[in-house]
Design a protein around this ligand. Structure first.
Ligand code: ADP
Ligand code: MG
Length: 754
């Protein structure tokens, strides 16, 4: 609004100035022109007057030459010229005045122009103008007083001369005219004053307008103020509202505060305790690093000390362990030697298709539920019981057989517990013990004994899917050798031989029919060897399998009427393990003999004749010789009749000394085989029933085996198993009477089995 008002004000001021210039400018100009024209006219009149005056003077000069009044006239003329001079002066003054008026007019215009800029300036100008006006008036007044003087002089002149009077009259009229002129001038002045007044009026009007505008401005200002007031009020109201709201909020806050304060009051004790706790914790934390360091230091020291102790203890233990290991080995050997290292197991094969059907194929063998070493045989309506080291029922798997072999080994003192067959844990630990013995330089024999078809070959060789002792033992042998490869170099060789009709033949040689001889080593070590026996170096189970197959083809097998696949020869697999300890240079040689014996059935039963009979007789002889040897060994006899057969002679070094022997007696459970089964079991029991005594083996070395020795130790047959040997018996021989009766008994028993 103020802005619009200001704009209006400016517009109106411009309008005023325009009007003013229009009016004032034209008026002043008119006046000036008018005055100029008047002046011109007066000048011409004055010229005319001067001409007339000159004429008059000329007229006067002529009469006055002789006129008495000439002198007077001259005086008057002088006066006139003086008057004329004065008039001239007056005229000059008039011109001056004219100029002055013009200047004033100009100035007025100027003043009028300036008027719009500033009222104050205007007032000053006015003041100046009025002063000048006053000056002008004074001048005019002085001018007025001058004609009166002239009038006076003219009157005096009129008195003196008519002519002069006339001239005077003319001069008077002239004066009058001049006066008129002055009056006119005065009028002009008056007009000018009027103009001044009107401009003053305009000024007043303008002032009024300014006032009005100012009032308007004031009003606008008032409005603005009002609005501002309204706004102020609104603001105040808003402030008040906010204030009240804030108060309410404040109140709520206060209430909250009060609640919080009460809470705080209740919390303060808790806070105090917390602070206390915190402080104590802080103290603890502060002390903790020191404590920790201290503890750590002490712990470290303790630990290092403990480690040191453990280390030394370990060293000590290791030393002790090594000593103990050696001691244990010694003890083990001693124990084996003391307890005897010959075990006798029985294994009953399941009833097969070949057993036929009906009462003949009925099962005649039963087992003891509580004792796995007892077997009952129903023979001709009578139940006969046998006790062996262990009996395997038909359902026993190849692995179990191995496992039992292991337990037997443990019982015998073997404790090589290293497992090498991952999928068959604990199955062949005894076999492993045997294998380990082999690797350590001991000799091992495992026999399968029994009538044809009782499962000898099954137990020893097994089937491809379910291998027997041979393969499992060899697998362990290989893995064992691999395990010791860091320190030892081992060479494993395999020989396969068979004994047929007391003739030893090489199953791997080029001349299988060639009979081989067993000879004593020429180096005087007492060791036996077979010149010409082929040895294959094997490095894996695959090699072994190839050897088996090769040997199998060559093996002499004959059919009997008992079993188509019965074997009439002993099959031997001889594994020799030669070791060299790289660090000590110690050499060891161990032998593992795996023997699948020929069928043990009696000749009469198999109905053999001629060569078959001879075969059977040979077999019977060799088997009885084996029984005698095993018996003699187990009973610690001074003489062991190794030389009674090729088989025992060949295996002499593997049966004596620290060697281990396992006899697996195979039996058929079929009713029709009970008599053979009975024979086999009797053989087994007889071999086993010998009490083990601490007989020194040194005697064996001193005594040379004779036929008598076979019959000597029969005194022991009467002893029950498990009873201790009579102390202090030494190598003393039993009484001859006892001996003869025992020997007769054992001979009978041996004959029943073979
Ligand atoms: P041997 O070698 O004593 O003449 P074998 O080992 O040839 O007897 O066995 C005769 C038959 O009986 C074979 O067919 C064999 O598979 C089977 N046999 C033997 N023992 C077992 C057994 N424990 N489990 C299953 N079958 C067996
Ligand atoms: Mg066989």
């Amino acid at each position: 609004q103020v802005e619009t008002l200001k704009a209006k004000l400016l517009e109106q001021a411009q309008e005023i100035s325009r009007l003013r210039s229009e009016q004032g400018g034209t008026d002043a100009e008119k006046h000036r022109d008018l005055l100029a024209a008047e002046n011109e006219r007066l000048r011409q009149e004055m010229k005319a007057c001067e001409g007339e005056l000159r004429e008059l003077r000329r007229q006067q000069q002529a009469p006055c030459r002789d006129c008495p009044r000439l002198q007077e006239n001259a005086g008057l003329q002088e006066q006139l010229s003086q008057l004329q001079r004065e008039a001239e002066e007056t005229r000059a003054k008039l011109v001056e005045l004219d100029l002055e008026v013009q200047q004033k007019t100009n100035r007025l215009a100027e003043v009028e122009l300036r008027l719009k800029d500033s009222v104050a300036e205007r007032a000053e100008e006015e003041e100046r103008l009025s002063r000048r006006l006053r000056d002008s008036q004074e001048t005019i007044a002085s001018l007025k007083s001058q004609p009166q003087q002239i009038k006076y002089i003219i009157k005096t002149v009129e008195v003196e001369s008519a002519k002069a009077k006339q001239a005077l009259c003319e001069t008077q009229s002239r004066n009058q005219y001049l006066q008129e002129q002055v009056g006119m001038q005065k009028q002009v002045l008056k007009e000018m004053e009027q103009q001044l007044q009107s401009s003053q009026k305009t000024e007043a009007q303008l002032r009024a307008q300014i006032m009005m505008y100012e009032a308007e401005l004031e009003r606008a200002h008032g409005q603005m103020l009002e609005e501002m007031e309204v706004m102020e009020e609104e603001k105040n109201r808003a402030i008040e509202e906010a204030f009240s709201r804030a108060q309410v909020e404040m109140k709520a806050v206060h209430e909250n505060l009060a609640g919080v304060r009460t809470n705080l009051l209740t919390l303060q004790p808790a806070l105090r305790t917390l602070t206390h706790d915190y402080n104590s914790l802080k103290r603890q934390v502060r002390d903790f690093p020191l404590l920790l360091q201290e503890t750590l230091r002490s712990a470290r020291a303790e630990i290092s000390q403990a480690i040191e102790e453990v280390h030394s203890t370990n060293r000590e233990l290791l030393r002790k362990y090594r000593r103990e290991l050696q001691l244990r080995k010694k003890c083990h050997n001693e124990l084996v030697r003391l307890k005897g290292n010959i075990r006798v197991f029985g294994r009953v094969r399941p009833i097969t298709k070949e057993d036929g059907e009906g009462p003949e194929a009925a099962n005649a063998v039963t087992f003891d539920a509580d004792d796995d070493a007892v077997l009952h045989l129903l023979h001709k309506g009578k139940q006969v019981s046998f006790e062996l080291d262990k009996v395997f029922p038909p359902q026993a798997s190849q692995e179990e057989v191995g496992a039992a072999i292991h337990t037997a080994g443990v019982r015998a003192g073997g404790s090589h517990l290293l497992l090498t067959l991952p999928c068959l844990p604990q199955v062949f630990q005894e076999v492993q013990a045997l294998v380990t013995s082999c690797i350590d330089g001991y000799n091992v024999c495992i026999f399968a004994y029994g009538q044809t078809g009782a499962g000898k070959t099954y137990t020893m060789e097994g089937t491809a899917a379910n291998p027997g002792i041979n393969q499992r033992a060899l697998q362990l042998l290989f893995s064992e050798v691999r395990g010791k490869a860091a320190d030892w170099d081992y060479a494993i060789t395999v020989s396969a031989a068979e004994i047929y009709n007391e003739a030893l033949r090489d199953l791997l040689g080029k001349e299988p029919q060639e009979k081989l001889e067993i000879k004593l080593c020429p180096d005087g070590s007492g060791q036996l060897y077979v010149p010409g026996l082929t040895e294959f170096r094997v490095q894996s189970v695959e090699d072994i399998n190839k050897v088996f197959e090769f040997g199998h083809v060559k093996r002499v097998t004959e059919c009997t009427n008992l079993n188509e696949h019965s074997s009439r020869s002993h099959a031997l697999l001889i594994v020799t393990v030669r070791g060299l300890d790289r660090s000590t240079g110690l050499r060891t040689t161990g032998k593992l003999n795996l023997v699948d014996l020929a069928g043990s059935e009696r000749v009469g039963r198999s109905g053999a004749e001629g060569s078959r009979l001879r075969e059977a007789q040979h077999i019977n002889k060799s088997l009885s010789a084996l029984g005698d040897v095993i018996y003699a060994l187990r009973s610690r006899q001074g003489h062991v009749p190794f030389r009674n057969s090729k088989l025992t002679y060949l295996l002499q070094d593997s049966l004596s000394g620290d060697s281990k022997t396992l006899m697996m007696v195979q039996v058929s459970p079929a009713e029709k085989n009970t008599s053979e089964t009975l024979c086999s079991l009797k053989f087994a029991e007889r071999v086993r029933s010998v009490e083990l005594g601490p007989v020194s083996r040194k005697a064996e070395l001193g005594s040379w085996p004779s036929q008598e020795h076979l019959e000597v130790p029969k005194r022991l047959l009467g002893d029950s198993p498990g009873s201790a040997a009579p102390p202090g018996r030494g190598h003393a021989s039993p009484s001859p009477g006892q001996l003869s009766s025992r020997s007769a008994s054992i001979r009978r028993k041996l004959q029943t089995s073979g």
